[in-house]
Design a protein around this ligand. Structure first.
Ligand code: DNO
Length: 353
């Protein structure tokens, strides 16, 4: 496996390349062109510049998270073919630059959702948390109103302000899209892009829905073993793969993460490994990566990845906010660095055992 960290680029991230390099456990970074809108084509020169920024700092660009998918593709409007063409050209440019891993999601309108971005813990650290009862009180059209305050002023992935103006129309456009239609549109998209992925060896890694159930009445299809298997069987190319996000899949206590890892053998191209703690039905809060701090056995998860021959890119995921750090919620330096060290320790033990 290759340990990495997520990096948003010097204009958007409070964590610097110098800091990331000193973690030592980390060999590469997962990044993106954060300023790009979903559907926009990525030019080769822009990708090369990102790559150079990272390699000049002594690290490598190990993959992209995310190349976001335009809603026209998810909804299946007539413009989808144009946006798919842009996506294909972006993949070609990534392939020409030697990038072989792309993470994306197929969640309608919203990306990951939380009800609290800084829930205090008894030790004074804060974590991201979710409570369905709180979410049910929110009018989705007003969800962006306090986002700036809640996110320490940082733009969060999937919560870019440009989405704000379009929420109402998007909800209308999704009215006719049920889970089956959404799934068909995903398969249509994947079939269209597989030839370019095969040409350049680009592994697509779909990110599971977070949380793993329908939110605001919008359909969600990548929520557990059944949806994941349905997807990899519908498009059998090995380049159609998965991001094993333990926190997202683990939001549903009914998902058996070790079983899912075994079921997806050979198709997990990217792993986001973190712990969460279930606090009630439809309720969870994020924990530190340590098994004892949450509901999941991290050693069992790492063991399952090792035993199924996982040799992809891995990263620690959301961390707690510690030691007075002011950063994008979930993406501070300290707790993710601790997570990387812990996961490397578990992996080394597997290799040497
Ligand atoms: C949140 C992330 C997601 C993820 C996307 C992948 O912290 O896990 O925003 O990057 O869903 O496209």
């Amino acid at each position: 496996m290759k340990m990495t960290m997520r990096y948003y680029g010097k204009e958007y991230d409070s964590v610097t390349l110098e800091q990331l390099r000193q973690i030592r456990y980390v060999e590469g970074l997962i990044s993106t062109l954060y300023y790009k809108q979903a559907g926009e084509k990525w030019e080769r020169g822009e990708i090369a510049a990102l790559k150079k920024e990272i390699t000049d700092a002594g690290l490598e660009l190990s993959g992209i998270e995310s190349v976001n998918i335009h809603d026209a593709i998810k909804i299946g409007t007539p413009e989808r073919d144009m946006y798919i063409e842009n996506y294909i050209e972006t993949l070609e440019n990534l392939g020409e630059e030697g990038i072989d891993l792309v993470c994306y999601n197929f969640m309608p309108v919203f990306d990951w959702t939380r009800s609290n971005l800084a829930k205090p813990r008894p030790d004074g650290s804060t974590v991201l948390a979710y409570d369905q009862k709180e979410i049910d009180k929110i009018d989705p059209e007003k969800i962006f109103e306090n986002i700036d305050k809640m996110s320490n002023g940082f733009i969060m992935p999937g919560w870019e302000p440009e989405r704000l103006s379009k929420i109402k129309e998007l909800f209308e456009a999704y009215a006719a899209v049920d889970a089956d239609k959404l799934f068909d549109n995903l398969v249509y998209f994947l079939n269209a892009i597989m030839p370019v992925c095969e040409k350049y060896g680009i592994k697509m890694a779909i990110h599971p829905d977070d949380p793993s159930w329908s939110v605001f009445g919008l359909p969600r299809i990548i929520t557990g073993k059944e949806g994941l298997l349905k997807l990899i069987n519908a498009v059998p190319s090995v380049y159609n793969g998965v991001t094993l996000c333990t926190g997202s899949l683990g939001s549903n206590p009914g998902n058996d993460l070790v079983d899912i890892i075994h079921a997806l053998k050979g198709r997990i191209h990217f792993a986001h490994v973190r712990n969460i703690k279930h606090t009630g039905p439809g309720q969870f809060e994020e924990a530190c990566h340590l098994s004892a701090d949450g509901s999941y056995d991290m050693a069992a998860i790492v063991k399952a990845l090792y035993e199924t021959g996982f040799d992809g890119v891995i990263r620690p995921d959301h961390g707690r906010m510690l030691w007075g750090e002011k950063a994008m919620p979930g993406y501070g330096l300290y707790d993710r660095a601790l997570g990387a060290a812990y996961l490397c320790g578990l992996w080394e033990m597997m290799v040497k055992d």
